[in-house]
Design a protein around this ligand. Structure first.
Ligand code: ADP
Ligand code: MG
Length: 734
């Protein structure tokens, strides 16, 4: 009898060699094999009859081979096959497929699947169909006659699962069908269900065994649409399982964090007054709400672990400073980490301005300081002479000792870093910036009897709310969903390359009206092979040819920090009217007088990136314009990105679209992000199940009670640990 944990090598028909092929696909155990789900199904119970096919549809046809041949055009060899059912015939074509010519014999039965099209004479044909020769099972594994018969019966007269073949085609859909069928038949039928009964009841979940059977071998009556969209009860059970145990881990982690000793800051009069005193404007309702959430966390005795999301320009900085005031007025130090030197400097300047009235001592710690300055800065931090330290992630992370660190703020956290929260749960790994927060938190608290500083992470990456809430189950999430008043949405246009003279004219008018402009390029320097315009060369051209009477500055990542600082300051002070830049300005740069942004080769930028870039303008009351100049050849996806930018100013909408265009893997950069790679779930498609899983996980952990017994909780937690450690490398959950 097979158990889920049995290595696949013990499945009949899988030897050591095939086991290796499967291992490369991430299939090591029986459980992995059973979670290798069909990527589609064919209805071979009710296959289409040739006479009723319609052009444009995807169809499964079962028919007999009549004749075949190869004909050559000047460009390629086309293999043509005619199949028939009684008197009706259907033509199938494969391009560049002379190799198929020995594959078929007249009289063979085929299952064909593909798109039906009409040829020039209006006759129907299927182009490049996928096919299986029915009853032909010369596959690896050495089946005997009886088994061949049994296997053949799996191929017709039912809904047939189609698996992605692997091992360079060695492991065909048919091979998987036979192997998975055998595995199911020999699987221990009394698998315990690790999901507590109450949860099963809430969602009417099938048993694991039944779900596995049904997902591979659906009942004849199963809805075909549900099958193809992974929405059958069987799919739902398997997807839910995967998400539930992740959420259970996150929920537990979150509770653990809550149980740690933090600092219970107090919100006395001095704090309130200081917070009020600094405000240069009326906070938005969203800012007030978020500050309250943060303040409540900071007052609690458990450490804050909060993610603050807010679209570009929503005003996160002031909220961060307010949080810093709470810590400082309580006698603690605060650290603000920025991802770039430019941003750290900018924060330093605005902190000195905004916090001036408080009289706090503020320190800057960045790479451009010389050794002596750095040493001094560190000494002041260690002695507690500095109350607010602003720096780049790397520098603060680098063994800085604090006298009494109470709050760590991580600004403009990249989406990847944020997602690495999951990975971070494995405590050993603190290689991302959030990790920096944690390690910083630890290094700073030696003399504080293990009290953990509070951590606030800020990001402008608008992760759709449901995903944020569910995937960062271990973080609390605050959202600034309101822009400060007086902003008019940025007018965005997509402009063809040959109309750039008009763009420059328009820009000139804006500058004559007293505004400033950004011009963004995808690369710093020209590369001979591509025809992409580059910041350096275009800087020269814009300065010398197009705007000779204006001040045109250049900013990119390869300037040394003193140069960067100089250019930024001149732009901030209005001495530079046009700033030519690369994406270094993507995050955080805040110059409200800049009202126009031109992005050249805009189709080459990612959607989220374009949105971040556009966030640099539209920061003041004046109307702002974002002109996206597209290259000469734009891909279809590039068009869709530009289109989305023109249509929407809403970061959350854009993020959703980005997710759709790129898929979750790309969007989150699954690997780097430390997001578990799911076997059956898809966090976009399965959002609702993700939420249900989170809800149920919280419900289970809050037990035991009349609905969930202690035994059930223990079993679920054991299962969770078993799943987390091998899959996500998480040793220390719970
Ligand atoms: P981000 O969330 O992108 O970091 P910032 O904190 O840089 O945004 O704020 C963007 C701009 O809006 C800044 O110029 C800031 O001074 C201004 N701002 C923030 N909050 C308000 C408010 N409540 N009223 C008016 N202006 C605000
Ligand atoms: Mg910011």
């Amino acid at each position: 009898m097979l158990e889920p944990s049995t290595p696949v090598q013990f499945v009949k028909g899988i030897g050591p060699r095939l086991a290796e092929v499967l291992a490369a696909k991430g299939i090591a155990t029986v459980d992995d094999l059973l979670h290798y789900l069909p990527f589609r199904y064919e209805d071979r119970l009710n296959p289409r009859s040739v006479s009723e096919l319609r052009a444009g549809e995807m169809a499964t046809v079962i028919a007999e081979v009549r004749n075949s041949g190869v004909f050559r055009t000047r460009r390629m060899a086309i293999f043509q096959l005619t199949v028939g059912q009684g008197t009706s015939k259907l033509k199938c074509l494969w391009f560049n497929a002379a190799y198929l010519q020995d594959k078929f014999q007249p009289g063979q039965m085929l299952a064909l699947y593909g798109k039906v099209e009409a040829d020039r004479d209006g006759r129907l044909q299927i182009m490049q169909p996928q096919f299986e020769v029915l009853g032909d099972i010369n596959e690896p594994g050495g089946a005997d006659e009886a088994e061949k018969k049994a296997a053949a019966s799996l191929e017709v007269g039912r809904i047939v699962p189609i698996y992605e073949s692997t091992g360079q085609g060695k492991l065909s859909p048919r091979w998987f069908r036979r192997i998975i069928r055998w595995t199911l038949e020999n699987l221990n039928p009394c698998l315990p269900d690790p999901v507590p009964a109450a949860v099963r009841k809430h969602l009417s979940l099938l048993s694991p065994n039944k779900a596995l059977w049904q997902v591979h071998w659906p009942d004849p009556g199963e809805s075909f649409t549900d099958l193809q969209t992974s929405r059958t009860p069987a799919h739902i059970r398997l997807i839910f399982d995967e998400l539930f145990f992740i959420e259970l881990g996150l929920e537990l982690k979150r509770r653990e964090q809550k149980a740690q000793t933090g600092i219970a800051f107090r919100l006395e009069k001095n704090v309130r007054e200081a917070i009020k005193k600094i405000l240069p404007f009326h906070p938005t309702a969203a800012q007030k709400r978020v500050l309250k959430e943060i303040a409540t966390d900071m007052q609690a005795a458990s450490p804050m672990r909060r993610l603050l999301q807010g679209d570009v320009g929503s005003g996160k900085t002031i909220v961060a400073f307010q949080a810093a005031i709470i810590a400082i007025e309580n006698g603690y130090q605060a650290a603000l980490m920025a991802p770039t030197e430019i941003l750290a400097q900018q924060h330093y300047f605005s902190a000195r301005q905004i916090l001036e009235k408080t009289g706090y001592r503020i320190g800057l710690l960045t790479g451009s300081l010389d050794q002596v300055q750095k040493r001094n800065a560190r000494r002041h931090i260690a002695q507690g002479n500095v109350q607010l330290v602003i720096g780049t992630h790397a520098l603060i992370q680098d063994r800085v000792e604090f006298k009494k660190l109470g709050l760590v703020i991580v600004d403009e956290q990249h989406r990847f870093g944020v997602m690495q929260r999951l990975k971070l749960m494995r405590r050993a790994s603190v290689d991302d910036t959030m990790g920096a927060g944690d390690s910083l938190a630890r290094s700073g608290t030696k003399d504080l009897l293990d009290a953990e500083p509070d951590v606030l992470v800020m990001t402008a990456t608008p992760i759709p709310r449901t995903l944020a809430l569910t995937l960062y189950g271990d973080l609390d999430v605050s959202i600034l969903d309101e822009l400060p008043p007086g902003r008019t949405p940025v007018v965005t246009r997509s402009v063809p390359n040959d109309r750039s003279p008009e763009v420059w004219d328009f820009m000139r008018k804006q500058i004559e009206a007293g505004h400033q402009a950004y011009v963004v390029y995808p690369v710093i320097e020209e590369n001979e092979e591509t025809e992409v315009k580059a910041a350096k060369q275009m800087h020269r051209q814009l300065r010398e040819k197009i705007f000779p009477s204006l001040h045109v500055g250049l900013l990119h990542g390869r300037l040394d920090s003193a140069e960067k600082e100089h250019v930024m300051r001149e732009f901030q002070q209005g001495k530079i009217e046009i700033l030519v830049a690369t994406t270094v300005i993507e995050v955080g740069v805040d110059v409200p007088n800049a009202t126009i942004m031109v992005v050249e080769h805009a189709d080459r930028f990612g959607l989220a990136q374009l949105h971040q870039l556009r966030g640099r303008i539209g920061r003041g009351a004046a109307k702002s314009y974002c002109l996206l100049i597209r290259g000469n050849k734009v891909s279809e996806e590039g068009e869709r990105r530009l289109d989305a930018m023109v249509r929407s100013n809403d970061g959350f909408q854009i993020a959703e679209l980005d997710l759709e265009l790129r898929g979750p893997g790309e969007f989150f950069g699954t690997k780097q992000a430390g997001i578990p790679s799911f076997r059956v779930a898809n966090i976009i498609r399965d959002r609702e199940l993700l939420e249900a899983a989170k809800r149920e996980a919280a419900f289970v952990i809050s037990g035991p009670n009349t609905e969930v017994s202690k035994d059930e909780i223990d079993r679920a937690l054991r299962e969770m640990r078993a799943r987390w450690s091998p899959t996500y490398g998480l040793v220390e959950v719970g």
